[in-house]
Design a binder for this molecule. Structure first.
Ligand code: FAD
Ligand code: NAD
Length: 471
């Protein structure tokens, strides 16, 4: 395309938010280009986030299961060995297949892919520092910023991605460390902590708050998850603050202090994973050239139609408000294009599921019990344990429960919380229920195939307004 040609839309960032918006724009017949500096499409999620972490979670789980959970199933295995290099290769294959898939979808949907770093030089103009050298100026009627996020650093601990690592180092270690301390017991800490614990590292999670799982997880479910992960060998230090660290010796020394009482101790480890959250990434974007500012958390400020104060410049995904989740970014990518093309769009932020891919998995949608209680709404709770579900029992994988919170007056489902086998798949039904405003009785009176894990969801719903049959 010629430099002079004005596009209908230019998107900065080819992560989930940006690439989905680009494909949708192409489908809507907009003349669209997407600028990405990484060298591959798919952003954090496909390259260093969701996909590689799930490849490692899946295969480390299989390894761990073969080591510890085959005898009772009638399977005698011989010598089991870890081939970490091959496990990493399988992860890389998953990543490259999926990122190339996005490139194919760009071609199919007439999206121009510009490889390079984009920066604003005007309200309709972006200068791209091309990856292969040189510059290109792109002008557009509409611009979407989708530049994503980066790991929040821990002050005083310099990230080298070898000994002091973020999730990016944690998906690429070349040997299993003897010991690992994880700072932050949120989703990244627990997922990556699980991977390395299963592969043989002694993992200790240091969490500032009194519960694990990060913001949003129901307190009862969080306790159950902690119990389960502890049984697998992960050690937890909750209500504990990291004061600082010393990386000069062979072992890294972290000084930690209990929030109550102030008792201090030093933790030795080979690797420290910093997983205390992520922050929006807008560095080098030239925001100052167009007078756009970020808030105190680094987020670009937008209205309900994703518009900045310069209305033809919109922002979606991790670099603005809301949960930092790939499927949230994806919904916004579609909605932003609908606003541009049709003038209306919609994302239901009350029905965005969260999944933690540990074993057992944890998944939830809607409000947790703490939130419902604080809102003052009268509510009822129905639970059903997987230990009473025929399929979970048959599969010898019956840890966990389904918990449904419904409005006591209207019976409308307010929140669904699952810890257990395939929780991440089961939560889709809860999300659909909340999206459609279902009551727990709607679910309880819907036939669910037998024997399936989904019957636990139906029975938890029955327990919300009446009684479960099997418990
Ligand atoms: P990003 O994916 O970060 O993409 C932004 C892109 O913009 C990047 O590729 C960047 O290179 C590019 N960019 C930035 N500035 C410029 C510029 N000036 N010019 C050109 N390009 C630029 N979410 C889930 O829902 N499920 C999961 O299982 C999950 N697992 C995760 C595991 C890990 C270890 C991590 C770190 C995150 C995980 N997430 C998960 C979160 C998910 O990755 C993010 O929410 C998602 O990637 C956000 O998409 P985005 O497009 O907003 O940003
Ligand atoms: P998080 O916000 O989920 O958890 C961070 C945890 O660190 C919190 O529990 C917090 O209390 C704790 N913490 C903060 N400062 C601390 C300190 N100084 N000392 C000790 N603990 C401290 O963040 P994350 O786990 O880093 O994940 C970042 C983002 O990536 C999240 O938004 C998450 O949703 C997303 N992500 C999602 C998935 C998934 O969907 N499966 C997987 C990985 C990451």
């Amino acid at each position: 395309a010629s430099e002079a040609e004005e596009k209908d839309l230019v998107i900065i960032g080819g992560g989930v938010a940006g690439y989905v918006a680009a494909i949708k724009a192409g489908q809507e017949g907009l003349k669209v280009a997407c600028i990405e500096k990484r060298g591959t499409l798919g952003g954090t999620c496909l390259n260093v986030g969701c996909i590689p972490s799930k490849a490692l979670l899946n295969n480390s789980h299989l390894y761990h299961q073969i080591l510890h959970d085959t005898k009772g199933r009638g399977i005698d295995v011989g010598d089991v060995k870890l081939n970490l290099g091959q496990m990493m290769k399988a992860k890389d294959t998953a990543v490259s297949g999926l990122t190339k898939g996005i490139e194919f979808l760009f071609k199919k949907n007439n999206v121009e892919y510009i490889k390079g770093t984009g920066a604003f030089t005007g309200e309709h103009e972006i200068k791209v520092n091309l990856s292969e050298g040189g510059e290109q100026t792109v002008t557009a009627k509409n611009i979407i910023i989708a530049t994503g996020s980066e790991a929040t650093p821990f002050p005083g601990l310099e990230i080298d991605e070898k000994r002091i690592i973020t999730s990016t180092g944690a998906i690429a270690l070349d040997k299993v460390p003897e010991s690992m301390v994880v700072i932050g017991g949120g989703i990244i800490g627990l997922e990556m902590g699980s991977v390395w614990s299963r592969l043989g590292a002694k993992v200790t999670v240091v969490e500032f708050l009194g519960q694990i799982g990060g913001p949003g997880m129901d307190a009862e479910i969080s306790k159950a998850a902690q119990k389960s992960l502890k049984k697998q060998g992960i050690e937890f230090k909750l209500n504990t603050k990291v004061l600082g660290g010393d990386t000069s010796g062979e072992k890294i020394k972290l000084d930690v202090e209990a929030a109550k009482g102030g008792k201090q101790e030093t933790l030795d480890s080979d690797v420290v994973l910093v997983a205390i959250g992520r922050r929006p990434y807008t560095a080098g974007l030239g925001l100052e050239n167009i007078g756009l500012e970020t808030d105190d958390k680094g987020r670009l400020v937008i209205d309900s139609e994703y518009r900045t104060k310069i209305p033809h410049i919109r922002v979606i995904g991790d670099c603005t408000f809301g949960p930092m989740l790939a499927h949230k970014a994806e919904e916004e990518g579609v909605a932003a294009i609908e606003y541009i093309k049709k003038g209306y769009g919609h994302v239901n932020y009350g029905a965005i599921p969260s999944v933690m891919y540990t074993h057992p998995e944890v998944a939830w949608v809607g409000q947790n019990e703490q939130e419902v209680k604080a809102s003052g709404v009268k509510y009822k709770v129905g639970t059903f344990p997987f230990s009473a579900n025929s399929r979970a029992k048959t599969n010898l994988d019956s840890e966990g429960l389904v918990k449904i919170i419904a409005d006591a007056e209207t019976d409308r489902i307010l929140g669904v919380h699952i810890i257990g086998p395939s929780a991440g798949e089961l939560i889709a039904e809860g999300t659909l229920a909340i999206e459609y405003g279902a009551s727990s009785e709607d679910i309880g009176r819907t036939s669910h195939a037998h024997p399936t894990l989904s019957e636990a969801f139906k029975e938890a719903a029955m327990a919300t307004y009446g009684k479960a049959i099997h418990f």
